[in-house]
Design a protein around this ligand. Structure first.
Ligand SMILES: Cc1cc2nc3c(=O)[nH]c(=O)nc-3n(C[C@H](O)[C@H](O)[C@H](O)COP(=O)(O)O)c2cc1C
Length: 250
């Protein structure tokens, strides 16, 4: 490990360390609790079919786990809206309520879900390309910017061209205050863990649908924040995943 690397690790470990001292005397300020999720009330909505209405074939979990691979050779073929709905539900479908919390298909520390899901719709049958935000409570896409954002995403991701050829790109932003409100600096550990669960759900669902999926975390932060239309402070780009049919060889 380099000296810089070990210093950074030590600082990170110390600042996020949990001890009984740090826990004592800590109450939650409910009046200061950040909004649990975001919506764009003025955006045009694309309702997504709910799981019970989805005509997706059943899949064998064990085969799917064994077959999952990061795939990047996308064909650009449009996927049906049902597939985009199934993928969105796998990431953040609401499966139960617990007090004010909307419990989802993926776990999150304290059920705080300190992130938002965006979808760059690029080749989805019947839906004009756009950048959309997933309204988890209403299970709908909210169109936040018109047009095909694939090339802009690829440019912000250091020229990873497969992002432009994917049928859809999921992009997750961090809304750190939602978790820091309860966990303070310990929330730094939880954020990436939460999104790892979400992205794995997407990868498994994509495999089950016969689609390719590739996670992407190599991107220029400022440029990616700009593409996603977030301020880079209270909300910032954290993780992406491209999905779509893959080119068959020969
Ligand atoms: C946090 C994370 C970030 C990643 N970022 C990228 C990326 O920016 N570009 C890319 O092509 N693959 C990316 N990958 C995919 C890895 O390269 C891939 O998971 C790894 O090579 C193992 O291959 P497999 O997923 O096919 O099992 C990322 C994976 C993870 C978990």
């Amino acid at each position: 490990m380099t000296r810089d690397g070990s210093d950074a690790l030590r600082r990170w470990r110390d600042v996020t360390d949990l001890s009984l001292d740090r826990l004592s005397g800590r109450g939650l300020d409910w009046a200061a609790r950040p909004a649990p999720h975001k919506t764009f009330p003025d955006a045009e909505r694309v309702p997504l079919p709910r799981p019970a209405e989805l005509a997706v074939p059943p899949a064998d979990l064990w085969r799917v786990l064994a077959a999952r691979r990061s795939r990047r050779a996308f064909s650009g073929t449009p996927i049906p809206l049902e597939h985009l709905a199934a993928l969105s539900w796998a990431c953040q479908g609401v499966t139960a309520r617990q007090g004010p919390a909307l419990l989802r298909t993926a776990p999150s520390a304290g059920a705080l879900y300190p992130f938002e899901t965006y979808v760059s719709v690029q080749a989805v049958a019947g839906v004009e390309p756009c950048l959309a935000h997933l309204d988890v409570a209403g299970f709908a896409l909210e169109r936040v910017a018109e047009g095909h954002h694939g090339r802009a995403l690829a440019a912000a991701a250091l020229g990873q061209g497969f992002l432009a050829r994917a049928s859809a790109v999921f992009a997750w932003t961090a809304v750190y205050d939602r978790a820091a409100w309860k966990y303070r600096d310990r929330a730094l550990r939880y954020l990436g863990l939460d999104l790892g669960h979400v992205c794995q759900n997407l990868a498994v669902a994509a495999e089950a649908l016969g689609l390719g999926c590739c996670p992407v975390a190599a991107f220029l932060d400022r440029e990616m924040n700009e593409v996603l239309g977030v301020d880079g402070d209270g909300e910032f780009a954290y993780y992406l995943a491209a999905v779509g049919p893959v080119q068959r060889r020969g």
